[in-house]
Write a protein that binds this ligand. Sequence first.
Ligand code: FUB
Length: 324
Amino acid sequence: MSEQRRPLVSHIFTADPSAHVFNGKLYIYPSHDIPHDGEDNDDGDEYRMEDYHILSMDNPDAPCVDHGCALHMKDIPWVSKQMWAPDAAEKDGKYYLYFPARDKDGIFRLGVAVSDDPAGPFTPEKDYIPGSYSIDPAVLMDDDGRGYVYYGGLWGGQLEMWQSGSFDPDAHRPEGSEPALGPMFAELDPDMKHFKTEPKHLQILDENGSPLTAGDEDRRYFEGPWMHKFNGKYYLSYSTGTTHYLVYAEGDKPDGPFTYKGRIMEPVLGWTTHHSIVEYQGKWYLFYHDCELSNGINHRRNVKFTELTIHEDGTIDTIRPYEA
Ligand code: FUB
């Protein structure tokens, strides 16, 4: 029986699902939420994750399997806490897990870990990716074999603090009619463990070609980037954070610029929205999370998925998560 729009697993809390098809199966790389009774705040201190469990399904109708702990922070020398939203990529039969976490100075960085098996266990590099910062890495392996990483998140994700090129905890947050910050972009080195190019901010434009503004909270980037390709075009999707939408923008190149197109999903139960989009045997699926299992506790989330309708011109039908 299909598990669509139901929690994929209920024995642990999971969030931020990055789904991929590897070896004909669906693999899901989620965050692993830890239940506690502490308060929420704008820095996201309530998200205290310490490890990753990889999930898989033989197909969208099959049961979901938890492969157990694939990487724990105690085994990563540079990490102090908060193993947030991960993603994975495959190259030449090896699997690379990309993840954000705070370093020993409390600064979010991106790490990478390697395995021969998409379900892990993963062996981490001893240090974070040089030049990396902020959160929510998502990797696109393009048709020509190049890898690109998209990342960054506002507020607790610290993206605003890097506008000068170095870490400034007191940096001004763009607001009102100031241009919004886009997600970061870098090409991966062929070794998959370094950036080949200097990271840069991506531009998201409105229908008139003007950059989205920071005050345009229904459309501007907040966190959780994802990239899918459709009919040769590049689709950047992301969470609008404060307004709780999943939205998308279209571009001709992996590094944009991108033009805002519309909404993928209306708000779910819980503050955060974070998703991935994957094609499996000719059908498209949206993986996402809400807080159904905890009845709305923001840091006790559960991953779900649903079928997504993508039209020939690349437009995506908006999903209302609690309507049939
Ligand atoms: O899971 C922790 C953070 O919450 C993620 O990094 C964000 O995308 C949001 O889902």
